[in-house]
Design a protein around this ligand. Sequence first.
Ligand code: CA
Length: 241
Amino acid sequence: MRFQCWCLSDKGLKRSGNQDSFLIDERIGVFVVADGVGGHMGGEVASALAVETVREVLGHPKALQFSPREVLMQAYQEASHRIFDRAAQESKLNGMGTTMVMGYFRDSKLYIANVGDSRCYLYRKPYVWQLTEDHSLINEQIRLGFLTEEKAKATIGKNVITRSVGFERDVYPDILEREVFPGDIFLMCSDGLTGMITDQEMCQIFNDNSPEKTTPLFIQQALAHGGDDNVTVLVLNFSET
Ligand code: CA
């Protein structure tokens, strides 16, 4: 199986900086999108620290001695410790944290890990599926039956994240394991995309375009719909060798 990956990040139309970070490391088979939270540079620092830590932990020669789940757990724990400890040292970084969604391709499988409300989708022609579950107040209310998805869409205001990397010292990601087939496309993104386009529009872009053309189209669509937030889109395409 061969893979190709593209990623673009844009600060959007309403924010002065970009607190999203991403990482593509084809050698170790790792693909990451992180969306930092926390004012005064905190968000930027947190998301950058998170992706750096992932590269270090998963790229370490010893990583292959552990199962993919173990090494993903270690990467999230280590990132959370570093962000939490750094925030404790610098008062202007207090309370910073980050979402982090990632794919780790190993032994012909894609392991997907997630904390927060960035997302991973699978496009398998002609449908898209959301693979990750948001750790957000809105999603918890939907799960408990207090809110319908339709009402949630109409809810105004920033979504509150209920789990983040670095806000507390320890963090536990959700981890999924997917068998990969030629033609599968995985999309990882920050909420600057999912807050701006519907799943149907996402599906339409994949249906109408070859995978290498889609990344800028997603960014354009998010900006055309208001560009309220930083937007990062990573597209990972699997094909026959
Ligand atoms: Ca965001």
